[in-house]
Design a protein around this ligand. Structure first.
Ligand code: PGA
Length: 252
C-alpha cells in the first residue's frame, strides 16, 4: 500500500552506543508521526533499534541480506535471522552494494523473492550513474533495473515492496537531484511497474527518492506527487532526520 515514508539508511555507521544516543533523542520527536518511519541499521545495531523503538510505530530495517535460507555462507545473514531479530524491512540493491560487492539485478531479484517469502518488505533501490545520465540513457537504465529486479514477483507482492530512486551521483555528494530529475526517476519506476502489472498496482506502490535528501531540500522533493517519501543516508545520522519527517508530515 502506498504510504508517506521516511527511511534511514545508516550504512556502516552507528554502533550500539551511538545508535542509543541518537535514538534517545530522535524517538520522542517522531514517534507519534503518521509518516511510516523505517530505520535501517547495521546488523549488530539491529537489536538496539528493535528494543528502543518498541511500542512506537517505528520499523526496523536491515541494509542487506542473503538469498539463501541458511547454510555455509560465511559472513552472510539470512532472512530468517532478520525476522527473528524483529526486522520488518530490508534495503536491497543499494548502489553501494552494486558497486562494492558486485550485486547484479539478478542477485537482487533473488533477494527480493526471498525477502517476500519471509514477509520482509524489500526496499528495492535503482538509479543511474552520471555517465549513463550523460548519455541520455537514465530512463532506459532505470526501467531495465526495475524489470530485472521484479522477475517472477507475483502481482500481489509488488505492492508490498518499497522502491527507491537513487541516482548514484546524488548519493552522499550533498548535490541532490533537481525536483524534475527526482520526479522523472520515480515516474519511470512507476511506469515500469505499470507496464508489468497494470496501472492500479503501480499506483499502490510506495516510491521514495534517495540522494542527499536533507532539511533544506525535503520540502521541494516531498511536494512532488510522484514521490512518497525519502531514503536518507547522511541526514539520518543526526536529528536532521526528525526535521525531514516533519517536512513529510506538513506536506501531507
Ligand atoms: P545520502 O544517501 O542521503 O547520504 O545521499 C542516500 C542513500 O544512499 O540512500
Amino acid at each position: 500500500m502506498r504510504k508517506k515514508t521516511v527511511a534511514a539508511n545508516w550504512k556502516m555507521n552507528m554502533g550500539v552506543k551511538s545508535a542509543q544516543s541518537l535514538l534517545r533523542e530522535l524517538i520522542p520527536l517522531v514517534k507519534d508521526s503518521f509518516v511510516e518511519i523505517i530505520i535501517c541499521a547495521p546488523y549488530l545495531t539491529i537489536p538496539t533499534v528493535v528494543e528502543l523503538t518498541k511500542g512506537t510505530g517505528i520499523k526496523t530495517g536491515a541494509e542487506n541480506m542473503y538469498f539463501h535460507d541458511k547454510g555455509a555462507y560465511t559472513g552472510e545473514i539470512s532472512p530468517g535471522m532478520l525476522k527473528e531479530a524483529g526486522v520488518s524491512h530490508v534495503i536491497l540493491g543499494h548502489s553501494e552494494r552494486r558497486k562494492y560487492f558486485d550485486e547484479t539485478n539478478e542477485i537482487i531479484n533473488k533477494k527480493i523473492l526471498k525477502a517476500l517469502e519471509y514477509d520482509l518488505v524489500p526496499m528495492a533501490c535503482c538509479g543511474e550513474s552520471l555517465e549513463i545520465r550523460g548519455d541520455g540513457l537514465a530512463k532506459q537504465y532505470i526501467h531495465r533495473q526495475v524489470m530485472e529486479m521484479l522477475q517472477g514477483v507475483p502481482k500481489e507482492d509488488v505492492e508490498k515492496c518499497i522502491f527507491s530512486y537513487e541516482p548514484i551521483w546524488a548519493i552522499g555528494t550533498g548535490i541532490g537531484a533537481t525536483k524534475e530529475q527526482a520526479e522523472e526517476g520515480c515516474m519511470e519506476i512507476r511506469r515500469c511497474i505499470a507496464g508489468m502489472y497494470g496501472d492500479e498496482t503501480a499506483d499502490n506502490c510506495t516510491i521514495l527518492y534517495g540522494g542527499s535528501v536533507n532539511p533544506s531540500n525535503a520540502d521541494s522533493i516531498f511536494a512532488i506527487k510522484a514521490i512518497d517519501g525519502g531514503l536518507l543516508g547522511t541526514a539520518s545520522l543526526s536529528l536532521d532526520f526528525a526535521t525531514v519527517v516533519k517536512k513529510r508530515e506538513q506536506i501531507g
